[in-house]
Design a protein around this ligand. Structure first.
Ligand SMILES: Cc1cc2nc3c(=O)[nH]c(=O)nc-3n(C[C@H](O)[C@H](O)[C@H](O)COP(=O)(O)O)c2cc1C
Length: 218
């Protein structure tokens, strides 16, 4: 009888864990297929800027942050595309596998950008497996950042690792870039995430707090 009760408790615990894990996975897959369409942005041609915002975004959240940064500086923007990370299960699996293997070279479009007219360059991506996503590493590997101040920006759910950001800085330094800062918006774990609008508000505040300081750096 005693053994039966213990077995029942164990069974209940295992089922609860399994159901929570499955529900989490289903929720991630569902949310992962929904692109967040943030308000569009276009630089005003009459006010040329020496700031560029380059970003990769799989589901729209880093794009939302990129657009808010760009709005503050009237910056030009470049959206890096990478077909293998489509917004379906195959894309998610490719993302998970490549991030886990710390891949730093994938097909991206565009691969190189003429950055001669820019002084300050923002580069952004989501965090995958605690580090910037592979397309951003590829972009850094393929371009020369000589004389450029660079600010890394990321969106993510819960955490990144500082040692991975340090590795990213090393890759940038190897191609002559100077990392000025790292800014980010944490969305929260999949069960209690901030909304897209809240992410936009937080992006605005993050930029406003630091923009004067960034612009002072020669
Ligand atoms: C394959 C994969 C791995 C992820 N790994 C992490 C992680 O290590 N830490 C984290 O906080 N969020 C992680 N996330 C969540 C994303 O960073 C987060 O949803 C991000 O805001 C998505 O940005 P995007 O809409 O620009 O693609 C991961 C997402 C995917 C698809």
């Amino acid at each position: 009888m005693k053994l039966g009760k213990r077995k029942l408790i164990m069974f209940t615990i295992i089922i609860t864990i399994a159901v929570t894990a499955i529900a989490g996975f289903v929720l991630v897959q569902y949310k992962d297929r929904t692109y967040f369409n943030s308000p569009p942005y276009e630089a005003e041609l009459a006010k040329p800027s020496d700031v560029l915002v380059v970003y990769f975004s799989r589901s729209g959240y880093t794009e939302a942050m990129a657009r808010e940064i760009a709005r503050k500086f009237n910056a030009d923007t470049v959206n890096i595309k990478s077909d293998k990370y489509s917004l379906d299960f195959t894309g998610w699996r490719n993302a998970a596998n490549d991030a886990d293997a710390q891949v730093t070279s994938v097909e991206i479009t565009p691969e190189t950008i003429d950055m001669s007219k820019y002084r300050l360059i923002f580069i952004g991506s989501p965090i995958w497996w605690y580090r910037p996503a592979p397309p951003l590493w590829t972009f850094v590997e393929k371009n020369n950042f000589l004389g450029k101040n660079v600010i890394l920006f990321n969106t993510f759910n819960s955490r990144f690792k500082n040692e991975e950001i340090a590795k990213f800085q090393e890759a940038l330094t190897k191609n002559n870039g100077k990392l000025l800062d790292h800014v980010f918006v944490r969305r929260g774990r999949v069960y209690y995430q901030i909304t897209g609008q809240e992410l936009i508000e937080q992006s605005k505040i993050t930029v406003e707090e630091k923009m004067e300081e960034w612009l002072k750096v020669q």
